[in-house]
Each structure stands twice: as structure tokens, then as C-alpha cells.
Design a protein around this ligand. Structure first.
Ligand SMILES: Nc1ncnc2c1ncn2[C@@H]1O[C@H](COP(=O)(O)OP(=O)(O)O)[C@@H](O)[C@H]1O
Ligand SMILES: [Mg+2]
Length: 180
């Protein structure tokens, strides 16, 4: 059984930079526990790993969350009594069978499992899930006054706006966490 195709709720937030995205995810971590599954969707550079860093801080796991692109799974043990963080990059995985080969089931019960590019691949692992979509806010590249016409020395890659959409699927997430 999985949480199905329709979310119980969907919420949209905005952050003004990478630190704000980490802070937002840190707050979300306060609602998470062992067995929770999060799917992160968004193009390269959207902020999936940055978001995961905030989750890790909020959970209190060992720091050092980086893009797991060349290592499919990274485990970050909790420094206290909380859940571990299992961080997966499914970008190069093509099927549910390949997901099953990395055996996330063996760690799910003691961890929060976060899967970048997990959509369509890992829903079967849990009854419930949160889906997080990160989007570059409209008005980035090519916006009036943007950097398209020449060099823009005020551009700071770490301080762009992102839209963060979160949707809850399955009985675990009948209620939306209060993140405001
Ligand atoms: N509001 C924001 N939220 C998240 N990241 C941001 C934001 N604004 C700028 N950035 C930058 O965008 C990049 C996101 O990279 P990363 O988290 O590795 O993306 P992904 O894992 O989705 O490929 C980082 O360089 C980060 O500093
Ligand atoms: Mg990443």
C-alpha cells in the first residue's frame, strides 16, 4: 500500500536564499520521525541538497551533507537520540528494481529517508510520504533588469528566490505540519 496519487494537502512557500531554505527544512524536521519518507523534485541546482542540509541540522545528524550524486546513498547518524538521515540520489537509477537493490528498507525504520529525484521510483517503500518540489521562482534568468543583457555583479548565487511546494500523501500526513 502506498499513499496514493492524490495528496491530502499541498502548501506553497517561498525562500529568498539558500540559508532560508535550510531554515525552512530545519523547521520541517521538527515534524519528522523514524520511517518517514521524503521525495525531493526539482531541476539541477534547484536546492534539493541544500534543503536536505537543513533537514539534517533539524534532526541533529552528523554534519557534512553534500550532493550524493556519485554515491547513491549516504547515511548520517544522529548525534543524539533522534532518527538518522538516509540521503539518496536516485538520478541515475532507472527502475524500482534498482531502488530495491540498494535496500532502503533495511534503514527506513530507524531513519528519515530523503530521496532526490525519487518520484516514480520510491513511492512503494512507504505507506505515506511527503513530496517536496523546489522551483526557481519566476523572474530569475531573463527577467527585466536581470543578468541576461550583460554582467550583473550584484548576482549572488546563494540568494535567489525559490518556491517550495510540499504535499502530504497517506495516513501519516492527513494533517499538514504548521510551518508558517
Ligand atoms: N532559495 C534558495 N534555496 C536553495 N538554494 C539556493 C537558493 N538560492 C540560491 N541557492 C543556491 O542554489 C544551489 C542549489 O544547489 P543544490 O542544493 O545542490 O541543488 P540540487 O540538489 O537540487 O541540485 C546552491 O548553490 C544554493 O546556494
Ligand atoms: Mg543534489
Amino acid at each position: 500500500m502506498t499513499g496514493g496519487a492524490l495528496p491530502a494537502w499541498e502548501r506553497e512557500y517561498r525562500t529568498a536564499g539558500a540559508d532560508a531554505t535550510r531554515g525552512f527544512a530545519e523547521r520541517l524536521a521538527g515534524f519528522l520521525g523514524r520511517g518517514d519518507l521524503l521525495l525531493l523534485t526539482g531541476e539541477l541546482g534547484a536546492g534539493k541538497t541544500t534543503f536536505t542540509q537543513g533537514l539534517g541540522r533539524g534532526l541533529g545528524v552528523r554534519p557534512g551533507i553534500i550532493s550524493p550524486t556519485f554515491v547513491l546513498v549516504r547515511q548520517h547518524p544522529n548525534l543524539g537520540d533522534g532518527p538518522d538521515l538516509v540521503h539518496v540520489d536516485a538520478y541515475r537509477l532507472g527502475s524500482e528494481g534498482e531502488i530495491d537493490d540498494i535496500d532502503l528498507e533495511s534503514t527506513m525504520d530507524r531513519a528519515v529517508t530523503v530521496v532526490e529525484w525519487g518520484r516514480g521510483l520510491v513511492e512503494h517503500l512507504a505507506e505515506s510520504r511527503l513530496e517536496v518540489v523546489l522551483l526557481r521562482a519566476v523572474g530569475g534568468d531573463g527577467a527585466p533588469g536581470g543578468s541576461g543583457a550583460g554582467l550583473d555583479f550584484s548576482a549572488d548565487d546563494d540568494d535567489e528566490e525559490r518556491v517550495i511546494r510540499i504535499a502530504g500523501y497517506g495516513p501519516r500526513w492527513e494533517q499538514a505540519p504548521d510551518l508558517d
